[in-house]
Ligand binder design. Structure first.
Ligand SMILES: [Zn+2]
Length: 440
């Protein structure tokens, strides 16, 4: 199927799985359009090259058949039979890859400075409308699934319900609800001691959280304390992780502290955000345990200065960004080299302008600068986060059965990650939400 697949592998795939194309079509060498009636909502994308993010192989001049919200078949034009009345989208010269996944997003993000201060009296109604706008812009930027890792007052669950119900436009959402922290910590929902923390975790899960986000160290945007400080007691951290796991919910920690990392790893934490000051010791343990890392490399990169200037970040904040940059980069390079499980996340709006592109695309480029191949960086924004979210059967690659969450670009990003800068078409669940066409 995929151009670089060996014949034996192809046959194995066809025998073991529901095939990428119906097996009968192999016997139809040149049939392109059949006379069978198209089921309601059948769309076909023709003329593009399709990138298999699992191995980087390519189907040139592919046919991508979409029925309803899912991919029905994908293969060479000579091998996929297409109903004559399917809606046809010509994408000659384009490259199709899965919609991107961004694992560290806050649609309600507010940071220190005038832009954040202007939102000080924002009501919950205003907040959720602002979040809906950020969700829409994220989807247009090619991000079809996000993990929200800290929103306020249930705004995230209201937005998710609206998007799922079709009354708001945005990516698929998994959310952690509010960030749980001990008093003075890097989070909205403060709780101290094991009883309060257990209740805070249970409350988020009751509200709809499919992740728990806990702050186990200081953060860049805190005006006090060290980022590397480990703020929770062992018992407190143990309670958060244990209660979440008893409910079948994974835990991710905002963490820049090596000490907190050692403790959390021993307690079975599932994922770390940022990991600014983590050393090779913790990264080796993460690699051995399969613990996830969401690096958010853009937040300390030079390219983010454009964003910080725009929101009027105060000098103390910029100083904290700069002081963190060197360790953050060193950590990322080591994590890539050691083969830690990395899933892309930005901690900025997925569409935020950054170094001439969006924060999401820039994040993938920074992974390549830190040692990943372009294909690995593409996987960090597609396959890997799908696995992190336990959504590998639905999103993250362009296989039959998956949601038709598709973006188009002008070149192959598995060869040059900067090709993601040219996103000009976005489809989510079989619906075209963006299709840039040259003016007549
Ligand atoms: Zn964050």
């Amino acid at each position: 199927m995929w151009r670089r697949c060996k014949q034996s592998k192809l046959l194995a795939v066809l025998l073991l799985k529901v095939s990428l194309i119906p097996a009968v079509s192999l016997a139809v060498p040149t049939a392109v359009f059949s006379q069978a009636a198209a089921p309601a909502g059948t769309t076909v994308i023709v003329g593009a090259s399709v990138v298999n993010v699992e191995d980087g192989s390519v189907i040139p001049n592919a046919v991508m058949l979409i029925e309803g919200d899912r991919i029905k078949a994908v293969g060479p034009a000579s091998a996929v039979s297409v109903p004559a009345d399917a809606q046809k989208i010509r994408m000659d010269g384009k490259w199709l890859v899965p919609g991107l996944l961004n694992m560290h997003t806050h649609f309600g993000l507010k940071l220190p400075g005038p832009a954040g201060a202007a939102l000080e009296n924002e009501t919950d109604m205003q907040l959720v409308l602002r979040m809906a706008d950020n969700a829409r812009q994220s989807l247009y930027a090619g991000v079809t699934t996000v993990r929200l890792v800290g929103e306020e007052h249930g705004s995230d669950f209201a937005l998710k319900a609206a998007i799922d119900g079709g009354t708001a436009v945005g990516p698929r959402i998994q959310s952690a609800g509010e960030i749980i922290a001990t008093t003075g910590g890097h989070g909205f929902l403060e709780a101290d001691g094991t009883a309060e923390l257990a209740k805070a975790v249970r409350q988020q899960i009751k509200n709809g959280a499919t992740w728990i986000k806990v702050a186990i160290s200081g953060g860049i945007s805190d005006s006090h304390g060290s980022i590397a400080a480990s703020t929770m007691t062992h018992e407190e951290m143990q309670t958060v992780i244990e209660v979440a796991h008893r409910n079948g919910v994974k835990v991710t920690a905002h963490n820049g502290s090596p000490v907190a990392a050692d403790e959390a790893l021993a307690l079975g934490i599932d994922c770390f955000e940022h990991a600014y000051h983590l050393t090779e010791k913790q990264l080796r343990t993460m690699q051995a345990k399969g613990t996830w890392l969401v690096p958010t490399a853009v937040v300390t990169d030079e390219g983010a200065m454009e964003f910080f200037r725009k929101i009027g970040s105060p000098p103390w904040y910029l100083e904290r960004v700069k002081s963190t940059r060197e360790d953050h980069l060193k950590m990322l390079r080591a994590a890539v080299k050691l083969g830690v499980n990395i899933a892309l996340g930005t901690d900025q709006f997925p569409f935020e302008p950054n170094a001439g592109t969006t924060a999401t695309v820039r994040e993938a480029e920074l992974y390549v600068s830190a040692g990943m191949t372009p294909l690995q960086a593409l996987q960090a924004g597609t396959l890997k986060p799908a696995a992190l979210l336990d959504m590998s059967k639905d999103v993250g690659s362009l296989k039959p059965g998956h949601y038709a969450d598709i973006i188009a670009v002008d070149a192959n990003p598995a060869q040059n990650i900067a090709a993601l800068r040219t996103i000009n078409f976005v489809m989510k669940g079989g619906q075209v939400v963006r299709h840039d066409q040259p003016l007549p």
